[in-house]
Design a protein around this ligand. Structure first.
Ligand code: ADP
Length: 267
């Protein structure tokens, strides 16, 4: 907090009082610190795959690959590290777009259809992991950006599949709760230890860095989700038990569109 003080004098020049101006800069300072940390983190996150790519390319160039197997292996590493860089830059671009964009679009978006679209898109990775996805609940319409809300649901559902276990489940449920439309993404996965729960919405924060990298995570998904929720005037809550699963609920202002629930759809 910055303070500026100036004496107030009476007609005879005696100090009769003071004007004190208190300026709250904590919020500004915090934002500045977040920005600085972000730049440092981005540099580190970019450098790691780039160092690998450069190392493997150099080995290929120097003829250090002994046979076709090696060539394939080095090329494979270059390819997967390059994919990581693409995923990372895509997420950084998304995040800055969400932060910078002016007013959020004002389109009617029906949430149950959005969830079904996300489930459909995840069919292949879910099948590979032997995770069953189901969508149930009301047809509820909110107003906002279809693209952002789609990204929100896809990011949450993607995590629910990624951090799940073979034979697990992901349930997406849409409910109207008075003035709010609630979307819950519940999984039966590995869960998040309590001490990490408050921090996983921070940029680049991961519970298990190597696991997240293995699954292609950038560590930005949940911070993108949080931004989208905030830009839509909503809130987000998380419940998780290590070893049992995680349930994330997003509440968005309800805009008036509502229909009785159709049957559960399994994917
Ligand atoms: P990432 O790209 O690493 O998945 P996110 O921002 O989406 O990044 O998530 C941050 C971290 O929170 C993840 O690395 C993971 O440790 C944890 N996490 C997110 N969702 C879940 C979930 N459904 N179950 C268990 N852990 C999760």
């Amino acid at each position: 907090c910055h303070a500026f003080a100036s004496p107030v004098r009476d007609d005879s020049g005696q100090v009769a009082g003071a004007i004190v101006l208190l300026l709250d800069v904590t919020e500004q300072q915090r934002a500045e610190q977040v920005r600085r940390e972000f730049t440092a983190n981005v540099s580190h996150e970019l450098k790691t795959p780039l160092t690998s790519i450069s190392g493997f390319a150099e080995m290929l160039q120097n003829g250090m690959a002994s046979g076709e197997e090696d060539v394939k292996r080095f090329a494979g590493r270059i390819y997967s590290e390059a994919r990581r860089l693409i995923a990372l830059t895509d997420d950084i671009i998304r995040l800055s777009r969400i932060e910078q964009s002016g007013a959020v679009e004002d389109e009617p978006v029906e949430l149950r259809a959005l969830c079904e679209g996300a489930a459909e898109a995840l069919r292949f990775p879910a099948e590979q992991k032997q995770v069953a996805i189901a969508v149930s609940g009301d047809l509820v319409t909110v107003r906002g950006s279809r693209q952002m809300l789609d990204e929100l649901v896809c990011n949450l559902a993607d995590n629910a599949v990624k951090y799940n276990r073979p034979g697990g489940r992901v349930d997406l449920t849409v409910r109207r709760e008075g003035d709010w439309a609630a979307v819950t993404v519940a999984d039966t996965g590995i869960g998040i230890p309590r001490e990490h729960q408050a921090r996983i919405f921070e940029r680049f924060y991961r519970v298990d860095k190597s696991r997240s990298k293995q699954t292609g995570g950038t560590g930005l998904g949940l911070s993108i989700v949080k931004h989208i929720v905030e830009r839509h005037g909503g809130s987000i809550s998380l419940e998780s038990a290590p070893g049992a699963g995680t349930s994330v609920t997003v509440r968005l202002p309800f805009s008036g569109g509502f229909e009785k629930p159709p049957e559960t759809r399994n994917f």
